[in-house]
Write a protein that binds this ligand. Sequence first.
Ligand SMILES: [Zn+2]
Length: 260
Amino acid sequence: MDNLEKLKAAMRGKRIHLFGPPGCGKGNRSKDLAALGLVHVASGIALRTKVRDDPDSELSKKAQACMESGALVPDEIVVPVVMEHLAREECRENGFVLDGFPRTKAQADLLFEEVDLDLVLHLDVPRNFLVYGVVEGNRRACAKCAAGYSDFDPPRTEGICDRCGGEIILRADDNAETIKKRLDGYDTETRAFLPDLEARGIVEVLPIIVADDEDIDEKYLKTLRGEVYRVDTGDGTTARMLNLDGMRGRLHRFLTEKFT
Ligand SMILES: [Zn+2]
């Protein structure tokens, strides 16, 4: 068995929660974990599945009404729907990666009444990096399928989506002010309950940034318009960020050490 197959076998049935601020790459790490066999679970996925598979239930009707109005779906709907999703056979057998849920302490407390996790993986990244990354990277998205692009990960042909051929547009909500607001919300609602998770002894940090003095092949680093991307860490030094391949490699090494 090669190393990747060994890792996949070791990951079977594992229950992992990805913890980190908006823009830290939870979506991409979820894809990496799904490629190792875990089921990707986010609150939106669980809600849409519930509405599709059980349309006549009270929960589905309430969830659908919230989603259609664009309102935030309240905990008394989201939590039971996610729990039900996690109890599905595919999640029990293969394990799962929880992407961005629980988002609040109330959700976390309810979740832990019924679910044990093997690992909370904290994708730690200084705030500067997230703000600069969005603004300097000129983040934009496909108007048709919502695939994300930026100067870090540009489309093959500028203005045209690689995936669906749709038009790529700037998102009105991707500017420094709204990013800062989203990060403030993360700090007060989500980051605030990290100590509770740490007290359970299940949190481990997976750093996204690479110090300037760390020796690393440039092919694993994020570049912006052809140059290795550097951001001020706020303490008089700069650091670099891992790109998709760099992050996947670091994740695989971490999981291999922990679980095999
Ligand atoms: Zn598209």
